[in-house]
Design a protein around this ligand. Structure first.
Ligand SMILES: *[C@@H]1O[C@H](CO)[C@@H](O)[C@H](O)[C@H]1NC(C)=O
Ligand SMILES: *[C@@H]1O[C@H](CO)[C@@H](O)[C@H](O)[C@H]1NC(C)=O
Length: 429
């Protein structure tokens, strides 16, 4: 997927033109939507030439296989996220949560010959409260582009107040949009929708060079060229699949529970959703599950098994006598992690020490493929590893208090990694 990454520009992520209205009730969204949505040529530039489907209007399309393919893909994505998963309809204005007789608008998709610097984008009309898609013709049937942008449209629709005019959520739009694209492509939870429109299951977009080799980075890092905000979406897979029974209905809560106008981060929303469980514990368990990609995503796990020998695990320097210290360039930054495979079987004793807050655990994969997780309270603990089992040490930067951080402008505090040491008995790195 790499080559498109920088092309997927979502415009108007941080819209400042106006604040959206308060949301008194979501009752309107509960009404049954009509089978055919209403065309709305005021969303985007409009035009005389178009092709309609029940929930979309494709402007600039000729009546050909490209338009048909795009429509089947978009209707399948709509069916998965709106009908099957219950996300708020993208046909509803994000300025009209209070309406008791809502208008359901078709989502406009503009097929273009070119788009400067992008394969596609998702602008929005802040007055109408409706977003649309611009897509370069050659990408019209490419889900990693079009369903990604549709993910932005769904994120807009889920407001207000949501993430729409907030700065610190900006980078997370891309993380979310790639979660939407990958879920559409690979998840069993979209299988019914894909089948209904004859859409094939696709390959996962997962990029382990970021999500494992560079797991030390800030959990969502929007730094140009070196960031991970397009690749950090497995975190949302973990939350969405709710494997530890801590994060039911994470969507749409991550938007609807956003504290209006607070410019807080999505982790602050998560903190309230998972209380009284600590958000730090949820993030730490996410990283522990990433050790063997045990996140309820079979395609990602298969990709991990075939790629793991090429990943960068060089996190530690030996100091002799079973003592190791994290390499300074790979110290886990804010809510980031080190995942380090250990060699050895039998009783493994681990003692991690650092002057900053962290959470350590061991992930042990059994011969049957099942992974068990052992928390290292205060950084220390032990586990018995049988023949045929494999252990990884996971150390996560989990400060006591969440940071109000902007992934596009990481501060020294966010990038301050945990300088830890580990004493290993019964195992080596
Ligand atoms: C989560 O809940 C389900 C259903 O109650 C249960 O089967 C499962 O073991 C739980 N998972 C964890 C990790 O506690
Ligand atoms: C872990 O290491 C620290 C520093 O060497 C030491 O003070 C502490 O007692 C050790 N903890 C355990 C449980 O071995």
């Amino acid at each position: 997927m790499g080559s498109w990454t920088h092309l997927l520009v979502a415009t108007a992520l941080v819209a400042t033109a106006s604040r959206v209205a308060a949301r008194p009730s979501v009752a309107a969204a509960a009404a049954d939507p009509p089978a055919q949505y209403t065309a709305n040529p005021r969303v985007g530039p409009g035009g005389a030439r178009f092709k309609d489907s029940p929930h979309f209007r494709i402007y600039g399309a000729t009546n050909d296989a490209v338009a048909d393919g795009a429509i089947a893909m978009l209707e399948a994505a709509y069916t998965c996220f709106v009908e099957d998963l219950g996300w708020r309809s993208p046909g509803l204005s994000f300025r009209a949560f209070e309406s008791t007789s809502p208008v359901y608008n078709k989502v406009n998709v503009y097929q273009l010959e070119t788009l400067p610097g992008a394969a596609a984008n998702a602008p929005t009309d802040l007055n109408l409260g409706l977003a649309w898609l611009n897509v370069v013709k050659t990408y019209m049937t490419e889900p990693s582009v079009v369903v990604h942008e549709f993910g932005h449209v769904l994120t807009y629709a889920a407001g207000p107040p949501g993430w729409i005019d907030q700065t610190r959520t900006g980078a997370w739009w891309e993380t979310t949009a790639n979660f939407v694209a990958d879920t559409y492509l690979t998840s069993s939870r979209c299988a019914r929708a894909r089948n209904k429109y004859n859409q094939k299951e696709g390959n996962t977009l997962i990029d382990f060079k970021k999500s494992i080799s560079d797991s030390f980075q800030v959990i969502v890092d929007g730094t140009r060229d070196t960031g991970n905000y397009y690749q950090a979406w497995p975190f949302f897979v973990y939350l969405f699949n709710n494997l530890d029974n801590t994060t039911a209905n994470i969507f749409p809560q991550v938007w609807t529970k956003y504290r209006k106008g607070s410019d807080e981060t999505p982790l602050h929303v998560l903190e309230r959703i998972v209380a009284p469980i600590k958000v730090q514990a949820v993030v730490a368990r996410y990283w522990a599950r990433m050790a063997f990609v045990d996140i309820g995503h079979p395609k990602a796990q298969a990709a991990f098994n075939s790629q793991r020998r090429n990943l960068n695990y060089a996190n530690l320097d030996s100091q002799g006598s079973g003592r190791y210290r994290v390499k300074s360039a790979r110290r886990p930054r804010y809510m980031g992690a080190n995942i380090t495979p250990l060699k050895g079987t039998g009783d493994i004793v681990v003692n991690v020490t650092a002057s900053m807050a962290f959470t350590a655990s061991l992930a042990v994969k059994g011969a049957n493929g099942v992974v068990r997780y052992v928390d290292m309270k205060g950084g220390s603990g032990q586990v018995s590893v049988a023949n045929g089992e494999e252990a990884m040490l996971v150390v996560v930067n989990t400060p006591a208090n969440l940071l109000l951080f902007d992934p596009f402008k990481l501060t020294a505090e966010a990038n301050n990694g945990v300088d830890y040491q580990v004493q290993l008995t019964g195992a080596t790195f």
